[in-house]
Ligand binder design. Sequence first.
Ligand code: DGY
Length: 425
Amino acid sequence: MSNALYDQAVEILERNDLGHYTVPTHGLYPFQWNWDSALSALGQYYVDESRAWTEIETLFDHQWEDGMVPHIIFHKEDDGYFPGPDVWSTNRPTPTTGITQPAVTGFAVRRLYERAKDKDMARKRALALLPKIAAWHDWFFRARDPQGTGMVAIIHPWESGRDNSVDWDDAFERVPTEGVGDFKRRDLDHADPDHRPTHEQYQRYIWLVKHFRSLGWDNSKLHDASPFRVVDPGFNAILLRSCADLAALAEELGEPELAAHERAQAEKGLAAMENLWSDKHQQYLCYDRAAETLIDSPSIGGLLPVFARIKQSRADAIAEHLEKLGQRVKYMVPSHDPDAAEYDGARYWRGPSWLIVNYMISDGLLRDGHEDMAARIIADSMKLIHVGGFAEYFDPMNGDPCGGPHFTWTAAMVIEFLKLTGEVA
Ligand code: DGY
């Protein structure tokens, strides 16, 4: 059974592989997505070690001069997606969007390096990626933390990867919808509208894109000019974990200065993250930087920090929180608290469970000594695949498959879990 699942996962990776990059799924997402690629490379490693490195290298081939790594690379034309290159108008040799996504590459590259069977190849390729990833991290702390607080803000919900999370609802109210004009969404041609963001949210997404475009995509201006500036603890935790992992990798590769720099960034950020802890919710909360208020929204964004090396007492509290969540859902981990009024078990990031989140959370729990909760999350992830197939995300109550089918990073995570548990040698 495990071997059959493994084979199915490999088939999905191959089906979505366009040679030097992988689409998340054909139809709904026909280009290269940033954090999809980084996480998918982990699964790809077991199929073809060299190909896994290529996935990440392709992403960094499209890094901007200022250090940003875009959230989508439009490698070829496809009018089945909106908003396409003409809406973004970033004037790049290969069109890209003008915003970024969770910086999980530092983590992924360290893991690829540690696992490498071909160490010479891995060393060469990791050494070439090292300064590029470091430049991206520096970009974050420069462009998205201009006051030097240690925490970076997202300026568009799409940057978080958690597009329509309840976390953004209030802050998003400040983003106008006037003047966006008519547009035709293409995601609804490929996915159930009940699983996707609403029309009003799309209007605000597009307003922000047009606003940033009118500022020439100049990252020295965008942060302060955005009406939407939110500090997401999950997003920051991914970045800080990547800083720490890049530091360890740099040390190993004989780059002690770079290592010290990355380590300092990680430590500063982790200390600053403590300001976002909520005793009431026993998790971290988002911070609305424009309104200067904590956002009282119990989402997965505040549990994801266990992926980074937060204090042990916080990791313990998060494990306990997860324990309680686990009594209320069948399949961990819901992206929003099921008791909250806004919870919606099928709608993208307002409730559904995602295997990539399960992977990052269980990775942190295993490191911090919470093996039982990690095992529950991994077991639930595999059950979801049995119930719902290799979907983009799943309803945490009944395991219904949601979003797009044949999903690359879902398949990659299945490979990861099967290897981690030893179910597949
Ligand atoms: C989409 O198109 O829904 C993506 O999530 C944006 O990155």
